[in-house]
Structures are given as C-alpha cells and as structure tokens.
Design a protein around this ligand. Structure first.
Ligand code: FAD
Length: 438
C-alpha cells in the first residue's frame, strides 16, 4: 500500500523506526511477537524492553556514547525522549527505570495516530511494500530461517563469542611490534611478546578472574571453536602457549629471539585505529578484563572500546548486504535496523532504527532515502555496517575510532574534541539540508 511502512520487531530499533517513519507522514504497521511469543531474554510484552543492564551508557560530553545521544536528541528520538523522562541517578551515565521506560515507549507508540500495533510473530518477509526488519539478536528461529533464505544461509551469523576491541592509540608501540607468523604475508598483526615470568603471572590471574553470569539459554550455545580464553587457560598452564598465544614464527625484534608467548592484535578497521585481541573471546566481567588484560606487555594502558562477551547473536553480514542508507542491496524496499545489522548496544540499535525509520518513511512518501554523513556518530555506524572490512565482520559499539582522524597529531583529549566538533558541524549542516526540503 502507498505511504505504508511495515516494521517487524518493537525493540529499541523497531520502536524508534516506527516513530520516525510516522513523523515522515507514513502509515506504520508495527509487528511485535511478545507477549504471545517471547525470547529467552525478554520478560514483558512492552516495547523497547532492556534485556540486561538498565544503563544506556555514558551521557558525558566528549565521549563517543555521549555524542551519539546528543545527535539522537537533536533529531527527535522517541527513545531518548522516554529515557530522559525516566532516568535514575547514575553519575554521568544515562540509566533508566526499566519498567517505566519501556511502559512509556509503549504508551507513546500506541497513542500515535498513524501507528497500528499488531501483536504477532512474523515468519515471512512481506512480499511487497516498504519493510523494516528490526527483530534483534534473538530473532525468532522461524524468522531467522526466512532471513537466511532471503540472503543465503552463509550470510546470517549465529554468534556467541566476542573478543575485546581496543583502540590503537592506547597500545604501547615501544613494546608491540608488527609481524606475521614466519614472515608470511603482510605484517598485519601487532604482537605483544611475553617472557616466562610475564606469562605465568598473566595465566595465574586469568584462571582466577571472575566471570559474568550467563542466562541459562546461553550456556547451550558454547562451542569448542569459540571457547572463552579463561576456559582454555584452565585446562593447563601451557594450553594458551600451544593455542592462541603460541609464539612460533614471531621473533621479537628487540631480543632477536622467539618469545615465551605472544598475544596478537588484528586490525579491526581499515584505518587501523581499532584492534581485536585475537582469540580473547571471554566471559570475564568487564572490570576483570581491564585488570587482567592490561597485564599483557604493551597493553598496560589499553582502552577497551568494546569488552569481550558471550551471548547468542543473530546478525547479517552488513557489508555484503546493506547500503549506508540501511537498505538491502538485494531489495531496496527492505531495510534493516538494530543489532541485526551488526551494531552492538542499546543506543547503537536506536541510532540505526532512527535512520531506517526516516529513510523507510521517506521512501514510502516518494522521496529518496538519505545517507547520514560518516563524520557524525550516527553516520559512522551506518558506514561501519555497510563498508567491507578486513577479516571477519563483527558487531561494533559506537567509538571514536569510527570517526575520521584529524589531519595532524593531537593529544588524546584534543583529538576527541576535534572529532566531536566535526560531528556537530556535520550534523548541523545535514539537519539544515533536511529543513531545506531535500
Ligand atoms: C542477553 C543479551 C544481553 C544484552 N545486554 C546488553 C546491555 O546490557 N547493554 C547493551 O547496550 N546491549 C546489550 N545487548 C545488546 C543489544 O543492545 C540489545 O540486544 C538491544 O536490545 C538490541 O536492540 P534491537 O532493537 O536490535 O533488538 P531487541 O531490543 O531485542 O528487539 C527486537 C524485537 O523483535 C521482536 N521479535 C523477534 N522476532 C520477531 C518476529 N519473528 N516477529 C515479531 N517480532 C519479533 C522481539 O520480541 C523484540 O521485541 C544484549 C543482548 C542480549 C542478547
């Protein structure tokens, strides 16, 4: 039907998308399967239910999560509106009363004149019309199969383990060195060498470190191929040295010898501003990850832009299937929003929901979808999910590594403020062009 947008899933992304599409003048049909069918992590029928923490992350100026919230507020996000009205004291973080928050989101959407709510599990992608898929990391199994058949089964990832990502500028480059095993291929890995004493100190702390609790369903998802690093370590003093920390073929240029063990860092993005800790998928609590992983020589000051974690996650290979407008390259009438695109986190899901809602609304109203500037926090996430990356595509939080680097060397804080200023100007210009009727 003309002017109509169908949105599947009323989580954080789908709720935001529904609101934005309705603001564009579209008639919205919002499908949500809860409370008739639930997921292993949700417990109510309310929209935008927060499945774990009640914190939406830092709201501080000069941080990447703070910048993202600022942009969302500026663009009239319904989720930010409800969060600001239900916030609870949490220092510089934006935390909410989870019950009041999701009840308010539900009330606002149900009261909107051009949003029709349908409580039903969707198992088929509608064969026509403008559609937004926002079914999240716990997409119902039947619908997961449908998406897999739409995109090809190789392209829907069921992922349950993630290693931490650290920022490149926080690595001590006087300790870390570039090399690939036996000098084969390009030196794409940064290596942190350990002597025997350093390794044993690290190992002892790792096996004693505290792990996060997991939901019962998640324990079923453990596979040998993505065993947490602390589990591998518990199998014996040397298992890591024969596994992810094996030092063979990685001579340390400082000593001219093979180290006792080596931690490898792999570039996570093309500019090389972010690094994945290879083989460090973990269930350790976040504080424990900071404490123990900073014992690795070269990572003493490591800044974690995403901590390692384990949970079931359904996401598509964004760079293969999505454009920066969040349309499927296979079918431009279909959009994807939220964690299913490969962004990670509550607010990142909201941001992609906002973009999808605006763009799906525009398409339904006969206008072209818009590409958000990649200099903004919102645009940088759209760019991440749609740009080919080195190595395996992995979920990503908002962080300064996704934003363009300044043309000259600046101190850490100045660099951040430069990026914030550029993002603000870009959003201002972009919003101005929207008001100009583009
Ligand atoms: C266990 C777990 C804990 C997490 N903890 C955090 C955290 O603490 N902090 C953080 O920032 N991020 C966390 N995340 C990651 C992520 O931020 C959240 O999952 C976030 O809610 C994702 O937003 P979304 O809108 O993409 O998905 P969701 O908020 O999950 O919304 C998807 C919606 O789609 C509905 N749905 C699914 N299938 C269908 C279907 N076939 N038909 C109709 N409706 C359907 C679901 O019921 C749900 O309401 C966690 C993820 C998981 C799985």
């Amino acid at each position: 039907m003309q002017n109509e947008v169908i949105i599947i899933g009323a989580g954080l992304a789908g709720s935001e998308a529904a609101w934005q599409a309705s603001q564009m003048g579209a008639d919205v049909k919002l499908y949500e399967m809860r409370p008739i069918v639930s997921t292993p992590a949700h417990s109510t029928g309310n929209f935008a239910e927060l499945v774990c923490s009640n914190s939406l992350g830092s709201d501080r100026e000069g941080t990447a999560p703070g910048l993202l919230k600022e942009e969302l507020r500026a663009l009239g996000s319904i989720i930010m509106h409800c969060a600001d009205r239900t916030r609870v004291p949490a220092g510089q973080a934006l935390a909410v009363d989870r019950g009041l928050f999701s009840a308010l989101v539900t009330k606002e959407l149900e009261a909107a004149p051009n949003i029709e709510v349908i409580r039903e599990e969707v198992v088929r992608v509608p064969r026509e019309g403008v559609v937004v898929i926002a079914t999240g990391p716990l997409t119902s199994p039947a619908f997961s199969e449908e998406i897999a058949s739409l995109l090809g089964t190789d392209h829907l990832y069921f992922f349950d383990a993630m290693a931490p990502i650290i920022s490149g500028h926080s690595v001590n480059w006087s300790r870390a060195y570039w090399a690939s095993r036996y000098g084969r291929g390009d030196s794409d890995y940064a290596n942190c060498a350990m002597n025997r004493e350093e390794y044993e100190w690290f190992w002892e702390n790792l096996i004693e470190a505290e792990t996060a609790e997991m939901h019962e369903f998640e324990s079923l998802q453990l596979f040998e191929g993505c065993m947490p690093i602390e589990e591998i370590a518990r199998r014996g003093r040397d298992t890591l040295r024969y596994g992810p920390l094996k030092p063979v073929g990685l001579v340390d240029p400082r000593t001219g010898r093979r180290p006792y063990a080596v931690v490898q860092l792999r570039r996570e993005n093309v500019p090389g501003s972010l690094f994945n800790m290879v083989g460090f998928q973990t269930r350790l609590k976040q504080g424990e990850q900071s404490r123990v992983f900073r014992m690795i020589p070269g990572l003493e000051e490591a800044e974690f832009v995403r901590y390692g974690m384990m949970h079931r996650n359904t996401f598509v290979n964004g760079p293969e299937h999505l454009s920066a407008t969040l349309q499927l390259t296979e079918s431009e009438r279909i959009f994807m929003a939220g964690q299913i695109t490969g962004v990670e986190g509550y607010m990142e899901s909201v941001a992609t929901g906002l973009v999808c809602g605006m763009n799906a609304g525009r398409l339904a109203m006969g206008k072209d979808p818009l590409t958000f500037p990649s200099k903004t926090a919102i645009g940088s996430l759209c760019s991440y999910v749609s740009t080919p990356c080195k190595g395996r595509y992995q979920p990503m939080n908002v962080n300064f590594g996704l934003l363009p680097e300044p043309p000259r060397a600046l101190k850490k804080n100045e660099r951040r403020m430069w990026k914030v200023a550029l993002a603000r100007q870009s959003l201002h210009d972009f919003a101005g062009s929207l008001r100009g009727g583009c």
